[in-house]
Design a protein around this ligand. Structure first.
Ligand code: SAM
Length: 279
């Protein structure tokens, strides 16, 4: 299988959370629904992470983790844009006892996701969907499409470093490309007023170009949380995944698309325990 080098210890933490939830989900819901696992940025099934200045370790990626849970899902859908990674996923499928449950889509998740979601009757199916891009490759349209199933639980990895790179501290430094990337990712341009404020010394009629964003990451993470809450009936405060020197890199959100209170309560109880281990 081709190697896929990315991430660090935070990648292992993210995948441990996913693994724990995927172990729980089919036990809680199996028998009553068809169960699907959808991996929207599927990778290769393996990842080689940096464990220190010179250290590396190869661990199971999300696709392998999902296939190896004790009580498997009925169907697996992997979407992946990179040809080399798709080849690795095909090898994983061919060599796995559950390979005939696996469907691989080679393409851009931004275009393919709605087609994959449309293959299911969401009244009779439930599932877990993982949105795990490297950076800001997701669009808010994808997030909305997941929510519209009213059936999926979703883990959404949000690149905090990606967002802060686009949302420059000074509003004057946000060019059209950066603004468009933020609009696409967040599904709104309200981040301009929510995140950028005049300096304390400037009166209300001051120069708009002097608007600045707080340098920390709390406000930007809170803004994503609020966006998620406009779209899903339940959203947990994210686990912030940090680099070895403590810098926030990613925020891992968990949301439930099913508005039924029983679905929310069940997911909430379990995911709270899983996420709290890392808070
Ligand atoms: C962070 S990795 C995913 C890792 C995977 N979840 C795992 O645990 O092994 C992101 C993956 O998304 C793929 N990718 C990047 N842009 C994409 C897009 N627009 N559509 C689908 N896949 C994409 C990359 O090739 C890469 O394999």
């Amino acid at each position: 299988m081709s190697s896929h080098d990315f991430g660090g210890l935070w990648t292992a933490q993210k995948l441990d959370i996913l693994r724990e939830y995927l172990e729980f989900f089919p036990i809680a819901l199996g028998g009553r629904f068809k169960l699907v696992y959808i991996d929207t940025f599927a990778g290769t099934g393996k990842c080689t992470i940096k464990t220190g200045p010179d250290g590396k370790e190869t661990i199971e990626g999300s696709a392998t983790i999902a296939l190896n849970v004790a009580r498997p899902f009925d169907e697996y859908f992997f979407i992946e844009a990179r040809r080399k990674h798709v080849r690795a996923l095909r090898l994983l499928k061919d060599g796995h006892p559950l390979g005939d449950r696996v469907h691989i889509t080679h393409g851009d998740a931004r275009q393919c996701l709605t087609g994959v979601l449309a293959r299911h009757d969401w009244k009779a199916s439930r599932g877990v969907l993982f949105l795990d891009p490297y950076g800001l490759q997701c669009t808010w349209d994808m997030v909305k499409a997941v929510a519209s199933t009213k059936a999926l639980d979703v883990f959404f990895l949000v690149s905090v470093s990606g967002l802060t790179r686009q949302a420059a501290t000074s509003a004057a430094k946000i060019d059209a490309g950066k603004a468009a990337a933020l609009d696409r990712f967040l599904g709104t341009s309200e981040w301009r007023t929510a995140l950028y404020k005049p300096p304390a010394t400037l009166d209300l009629f001051g120069d708009e170009q002097q608007l600045t964003r707080d340098q920390g990451t709390d406000a930007i993470i809170q803004f994503v949380q609020e966006r998620m809450e406009t779209t899903f009936p339940m959203v947990k405060p994210p686990v912030v995944l940090r680099s070895q020197n403590g810098a926030p890199l990613y925020a891992l959100f968990f949301a439930v698309a099913n508005p039924h209170h029983k679905a929310r309560e069940l997911a909430d109880k379990v995911v709270k325990t899983i996420l709290n281990k890392l808070r």
